[in-house]
Design a protein around this ligand. Structure first.
Ligand code: ZN
Length: 133
C-alpha cells in the first residue's frame, strides 16, 4: 500500500521496506517531525531524509481494554506507546509487544521492528516496540 505523496511519504515508504526514515531541515539540520515542507525554526523549504535506528525510550503509553473502530485485528488488551527516538527527540506512536502486560516505565529503553497492522481493510506499516531488558 502506498501512503500517497504527502510530506511524510518517505516515512511510510521506509517503514514498508523495514527502515525508519526521518527528515532533517536542509537549512538548520533540525529534525522536522511531523514532516513538513517548511522548517518551523528557520523557515527553510526543503528537507533530506536520514535512516535512523529504531532505538527509543518510552515517552508515554496506554493500554486499551475495549475495542473501538478499526482495531478489530488487534488482540485485547493492547498497549500503545509513544516512543522518543534516541538522540533526535522525534516521538512516534506504535504498539508495544507486551505479552506479560507489565506496565511500561517512562524512560524505559525500547527497540522497534518494522511491522504491519491491519486497519480496516488496509495493511498499515507500523513499528512494534519491545523492551530491551
Ligand atoms: Zn531549519
Amino acid at each position: 500500500m502506498t501512503r500517497g505523496d504527502g510530506a511524510d511519504a518517505p516515512y511510510w515508504e521506509g517503514l514498508a521496506t523495514g527502515r525508519l526514515m526521518l527528515p532533517r531541515c536542509d537549512g538548520c539540520d533540525r529534525w522536522m517531525w511531523p514532516a513538513g515542507r517548511r522548517c518551523g525554526l528557520c523557515g527553510t523549504i526543503g528537507s533530506h531524509w536520514v535512516e535512523r535506528s529504531m532505538a527509543a525510550t518510552v515517552f508515554s503509553w496506554t493500554r486499551t481494554w475495549h475495542r473501538f473502530g478499526m482495531t478489530e485485528s488487534l488482540e485485547l488488551p493492547f498497549t500503545s506507546v509513544v516512543a522518543a527516538v534516541d538522540n533526535c527527540g522525534v516521538r512516534l506512536l506504535g504498539l508495544l509487544e507486551d505479552p506479560d502486560r507489565i506496565d511500561p516505565r517512562i524512560g524505559e529503553a525500547l527497540v522497534g521492528r518494522p511491522s504491519h497492522t491491519l486497519v480496516g481493510a488496509d495493511q498499515i506499516p507500523t513499528i512494534r516496540w519491545s523492551r530491551i531488558s
